[in-house]
Design a protein around this ligand. Structure first.
Ligand SMILES: *[C@@H]1O[C@H](CO)[C@@H](O)[C@H](O)[C@H]1NC(C)=O
Ligand SMILES: *[C@@H]1O[C@H](CO)[C@@H](O)[C@H](O)[C@H]1NC(C)=O
Length: 819
């Protein structure tokens, strides 16, 4: 209101100066507002004005102003909008006249309508859309619409602002019509990735007081451009993978991001390595690195893969994947035998190297740490000489006899879990050394042989074994030299070198030799040979080959021996004692005595064991003087052998009585005849022997004479048979033998008495019924005569002749004595 008043005062001043009435009023004054005191300004008072019928003369704008005659004032009839009235025309004034009558006077009145800032700048549209690629270059221009402000002057549109002003600035171009073209210039590139929709507010302001403004919203959709390469999330990816993982195993996930949109942001992955790596691995579209082939720690422990991420626009990024391959215990140790001996001697020293081998395990760490052992309980050890090299050495003495070969199993195992192992078996032969002597099965041998064996009979076998091998174990048996009763033992026995069978060389006679011993050596074929020996004792067993020999009473051919029994003899009177011996032993020499025949059986008995002849009743006068008892002496052998003896007993008190009785006793016919027969037989035999000897000697002489011209080698040993206790008296005349008797009566345990006596000294001549045996012996003794010609031989022949002649003579004289 004050402002209006002020303006009014100004207008008034102006009008008074110009002499014409003009007013200036701002637009938009309310209806009825005072425009001016026209009465005053015209210098007329109000009555006059009324009188003169003042009125407003106007064109078409008259209706805005009315004249108040009562007060003489111009009043606004209607509210005036300057913009509607004048538009942009300036100045904007209403021109009219005040017409007076009486006198007619015309007064021009100008009412200038001044502008007030009643309009704000105004945009056509409230918002504007743009689509701008983010790749738009700086300086790109974008035309904006103008704003319109109907006000004029300062109140009109003055300037624009754009907010925010990060990317764009405004540029105004003045145009010929005075208006301004508005451009938006890209000052800083857009980044869709930062801001996809940019909203700007364009504001147009006028210069009025108060200032008015209008706005327009600008929406910029930033279009994507492939301005971003993919970016891996890590510069290096690390992964670990166990070897032998199956195909398709996910190793790691890589990812690259691309902040672009759409296809510009679609990333695909490519393995960018050598061909081998790209065969082993594959990457999926979404960045999963998968195993595509066999992976072996032993071939590669680490892989470095270059991986590329590419977007559709061709931009890419690189990263690296480092894959550590983890070892798995998938390799057994490999044993490589470098050298081995197939055979070593059993005398090899300790620490002899038998085999050398190398062991490898391609695995790593524990999986590749190898330990080797060999089987237990063998005399070998395995030692590690240097890393991965092992040797097997002996650590004990070897003995082929205990173990001739060894299977040495070398087992090498790694320390993986589970552990893998491999093994190799070496076969080692132990070669033989002659270190064992033959060993007899027994420490000593005893063997029995029954006398009268056939020469060459195998007695028994000694066996020695040698635990060595082959030649070293080939045992031969050797009879050790020794002598038995002064005779080399080789004349008793022989040993078969190969078989160890012991043969009797001769026939043994228990009565001459009961046992003997010798040593047999067993020797192997080694070099040098080893040997051992054993004592063999041969015991000759008795055969009942000897009849009992009656020593007493002496049996003579013709001479008469009688035992005297006094007639006064009591019952049990010891008449005599038949003494007999048997050179056999044991049961064969256990003699028993029985009365075989007797003149009076009731008078005498013979002690079964002791041979004592006793009376069993009182001797009476009726008993004959001459009693004749036949006592049979039997040994206990199987079959038993016996001898009979005739005991003449004279029952008499005095010797002459006996003599008279015995002188006229007629010779026992039978006995005499027997004796005569024997004498004749003896004569014949002696004669025969004589002739035979002569023939033999002559033929031997001739043979010698022939042989002496030929080089004669006899390798057949001539074994003279000299029984040790046998002395040949050459008593071939009557064929008696004179024995040295060793009478050991041990037949019963009561008493053991040995009588040594030379039976010959008692002139006991025993007719040996088995004299044929003696003859055989003499026959065999002929061989003695085959000794080289010597004075001894000649004298022996002469002696033989003489002896034979002597015997002939004695037999003939005996015969003549009888008849
Ligand atoms: C060694 O092995 C072989 C063959 O397997 C076998 O015949 C032999 O008896 C074995 N030797 C030992 C001492 O075990
Ligand atoms: C027989 O063997 C023994 C040991 O058993 C030995 O002392 C002796 O010398 C040997 N004899 C011979 C003749 O070899």
């Amino acid at each position: 209101m004050r402002r209006q008043v002020l303006l009014f005062l100004v207008a008034l001043c102006v009008s008074s100066v110009l002499g014409q009435v003009s007013y200036s009023i701002p637009e938009e004054m309310a209806k009825g507002s005072l425009v001016g005191n026209i009465a005053h300004d015209l210098g007329l008072d109000v009555q006059r004005l009324q009188l003169r019928k003042a009125r407003i003369h106007t064109g078409d704008s008259s209706e805005y102003i009315q004249l108040n005659k009562e007060k003489g004032l111009l009043l606004l009839k209607e509210k005036i909008d300057r913009e509607a009235l004048c538009g942009q025309t300036t100045p904007c004034a209403l021109h009219f006249q005040i017409a007076l009558e009486n006198p007619i006077e015309i007064f021009p009145v100008t009412v200038e309508i001044t502008d007030i800032n009643d309009n704000a700048p105004l945009f056509d549209k409230e918002e504007r859309m743009f689509e701008i690629s983010e790749s738009a270059v700086i300086g790109s221009k974008f035309m904006l619409e103008k704003a319109l402000d109907p006000d004029i002057g300062l109140n009109g549109l003055q300037s624009y602002t754009l907010k925010p002003s990060d990317n764009f600035i405004l540029k105004l171009h003045s145009q010929s019509d005075g208006s301004k073209r508005v451009e938006m210039i890209l000052q800083k590139p857009l980044d869709r990735e930062k801001e996809e929709i940019v909203s700007l507010l364009l504001t147009a302001v006028d210069g009025g007081e108060p200032q008015r403004s209008g706005t327009m919203q600008i929406h910029i959709t930033v279009l994507d451009a492939n301005d971003n390469a993919p970016v891996f999330t890590q510069p290096v990816y690390k992964a670990s993978l166990k070897e032998n993982s199956i195909k398709g195993t996910l190793i790691t996930q890589v990812s690259a991001s691309d902040s672009d949109k759409g296809s510009n942001g679609e990333v695909s992955y490519v393995i960018g390595n050598s061909r081998s790596a790209s065969k082993l691995f594959e990457v999926t579209e979404d960045g999963q690195l998968l195993l595509n082939g066999p992976i072996d720690y032993e071939k590669a422990k680490k892989y470095e893969i270059d991986i590329e991420a590419v977007d559709q626009g061709g931009l890419s990024d690189y990263s690296k994947i480092i894959i550590d391959v983890g070892d798995i215990n998938d390799n057994s140790p490999v044993i490589n035998v470098i050298s081995t001996s197939h055979s070593i001697g059993e005398d090899s020293r300790s620490d002899t190297v038998v085999a050398v081998m190398s062991v490898n395990d391609p695995d790593s760490e524990e999986n590749g740490n190898v330990r080797c052992v060999i089987n237990k309980n063998i005399p070998f050890v395995i030692t590690s000489t240097s890393s991965n090299f092992y040797s097997i050495i002996t650590d004990n003495e070897l003995d082929r006899e205990r173990a001739s070969d060894y299977n040495i199993t070398v087992t090498c195992s790694d320390e993986g879990v589970p552990s893998l192992s491999s093994s190799v078996t070496l076969t080692l032969q132990i070669s033989d050394v002659n270190d064992n002597p033959p060993v007899f099965e027994r420490s000593s041998y005893e063997a029995y042989i029954i006398e009268n064996n056939t020469p060459g009979l195998s007695i028994f076998t000694v066996t020695a074994t040698d635990s060595d091998w082959n030649q070293n174990a080939r045992v031969s048996y050797i009879l050790e030299d020794s002598s038995v009763n002064g005779v080399p033992v080789s004349s008793y026995v022989s040993v078969s070198a190969d078989s160890g069978v012991i043969h009797a060389v001769r026939s043994f006679d228990y009565e001459q030799i009961k046992d003997f011993q010798f040593r047999v050596k067993a020797q192997d074929g080694g070099s040098p040979p080893l040997s051992s020996n054993v004592t063999v004792k041969i015991m000759i067993q008795d055969q009942n080959d000897n009849v009992p020999q009656v020593l007493y009473p002496v049996q003579t051919g013709g001479s008469l021996v009688a035992e005297m029994v006094p007639r006064s003899a009591d019952v049990g009177y010891l008449v005599t004692k038949v003494v007999a011996v048997d050179v056999d032993s044991g049961q064969n020499a256990w003699l028993s005595y029985k009365l075989q025949k007797a003149t009076d059986r009731a008078l005498f008995e013979v002690g079964l064991q002791n041979g004592e002849v006793r009376t069993i009743r009182q001797v009476t006068d009726k008993d004959a003087v001459k009693q004749r008892l036949t006592v049979i002496v039997e040994d206990n052998g199987q079959p038993s052998r016996s001898a009979t003896v005739i005991v003449n007993v004279a029952v008499a008190d005095s010797f002459p009585e006996v003599l008279s009785e015995f002188t006229d006793f007629t010779h026992d016919k039978e006995y005499n005849e027997n004796l005569t027969f024997y004498l004749v037989l003896a004569l014949a035999v002696v004669s025969f022997l004589f002739i035979t000897c002569v023939v033999v000697i002559i033929s031997v002489k001739i043979y010698r004479w022939r042989q002496s011209r030929i080089l004669y080698h006899s390798n057949l040993p001539v074994i003279p048979y000299y029984p040790p206790r046998y002395s040949d008296t050459l008593g071939t005349g009557t064929l008696p033998h004179v024995y040295n008797y060793e009478v050991c009566r041990t037949t019963d345990s009561r008493k053991s008495d040995c009588k040594f006596g030379r039976a010959g000294s008692q002139n006991v001549l025993i007719m040996d019924p088995s004299s044929t045996g003696t003859m055989q012996r003499i026959q065999s003794e002929k061989s003695i005569l085959d000794e080289p010609d010597s004075p001894l031989e000649v004298s022996m022949i002469i002696f033989l002749f003489i002896t034979l002649s002597f015997h002939c003579i004695s037999i003939v004289s005996e015969l003549s004595l009888r008849y």
